[in-house]
Design a protein around this ligand. Sequence first.
Ligand SMILES: Cc1ncc(COP(=O)(O)O)c(C=O)c1O
Length: 471
Amino acid sequence: MKLKVEEAVLEGLRTGEWKEGERLPSVRVMAERLGVHRLTVLKAYSRLEEERVLESRYRSGYYVRNRESGVGLPAGGQEGHWAYAARPGYRNRSRLSDIHSFPVMYRMSEALLDPTLLPNRFLASHAKEVLDRHPMVLSTYSTVMGDLALREAMAEYFRVRHGIEATAEEIMVTSGSQQAIDLVSRALVKRGDKVLIERPTYSPAIDLFQQQGIRMLPVDLTPEGYDLGRIEELMRVEKPRMFYLNPTFHNPTGYTVPTVQRKALIELAERYSCILVEDDVYHDLYFDKPPPPPMFYYDTEGYVVYIRSYSKYIAPGLRMSMLIARPSVMEAIRPIKALADAGTPVLAQKIFHSFFFSHRMQEHIEKLRLAVRLRKEAMEHAFEHSGWKWRSPEGGLNLWIQLPKEISAEQLLARSLELSAAFVPGSICDPFGEMDDWIRISYSLLGEKSIAEGVERLLEAAESLPSRNSN
Ligand SMILES: Cc1ncc(COP(=O)(O)O)c(C=O)c1O
């Protein structure tokens, strides 16, 4: 079956139906066209990607590989720490969107909240109120920095809540933190520059840096935090322009970098002129006690750019995130935002403003913390007798699990999709494309009963795999 798909693709290339750089039909369309299952197509596409016939692009699909262009690295980027793309295990992470879109019953691959836990009804009533109060809201652009009233309210919020002193001029509203990371790297880093990135990390950041021709220097993140000696060495020798990090309830590991390391990292950043881009999307999603203050709080010299998204616990669809930076850095980011979209939609900003400062918001987040914690516990309970290892997170949406040596996460995924359960293999989160003995599995999207069933499927899939060593 798989060969049938591969042959059809190769035939299409021979006859010129698809040329270099062109997009192949989606997995769904190809499956319908050839009368085979989607999983068969997905496996065949992945295999052709391994053979470097195709390449996958994040949220876009599979493309015929352009042989001249390598794998998206700038010329000369094939050696040293950033040679990840040339390693055999490397695959473009667009597979993530393929995994998410795969029609399974137990979707544990997406670090998203169950929509039934989100404040949809409240948001709808705030949206109506906003439209009643500002009937012209759709007839205008936002300013590039974002709605002034919202930025002033956020400045006050950050001051009271975190002791962070930032003026409205130092806060920009962005369309999600994904956009903020993109803007910051466009503004501060140019093609061929080096950046530090955690290993493992939020995989779209890997794609983004790769796409911008940026050289990544991975830095291991462990339950104890970073190896600061290694970071200092990299900063001194390689002179990276910035360090992209997610130090609080990190995606995918759930780890939180301790305060002493936060402070030490700021000293290093100052000493070696390296901007720290602190992505703090999970800050409020703790179970018992709040995490340590953001790194931004300790920064006095303007070396930290702070990104705080509200996608996860209010509404991913609003695309609402705040980017805080001191004026010298903000001056570089503002023109890039103007080019990107001339400002985040005003309607989204007004709805967010109206809801975020209402009493409903506080009730919502408190209930949500409990609901997510119960789901996390349900998942940990379901894995209890598996012998698999993880560090119980104190917040966030994922378990980061180490598999027994004999199991390959990639093989486990293929088998587990057949049993209708999805998760993210560790290699997708690794700038080196390795970590095939780790998986990221999210407890946030499914209810407790489904979590138990989904994990059961996953363990069943693992049971049925031939051992890695017997291959
Ligand atoms: C670490 C991290 N950063 C950024 C994002 C994207 O957030 P947003 O929806 O605000 O673009 C995510 C979403 O999964 C994430 O985990």
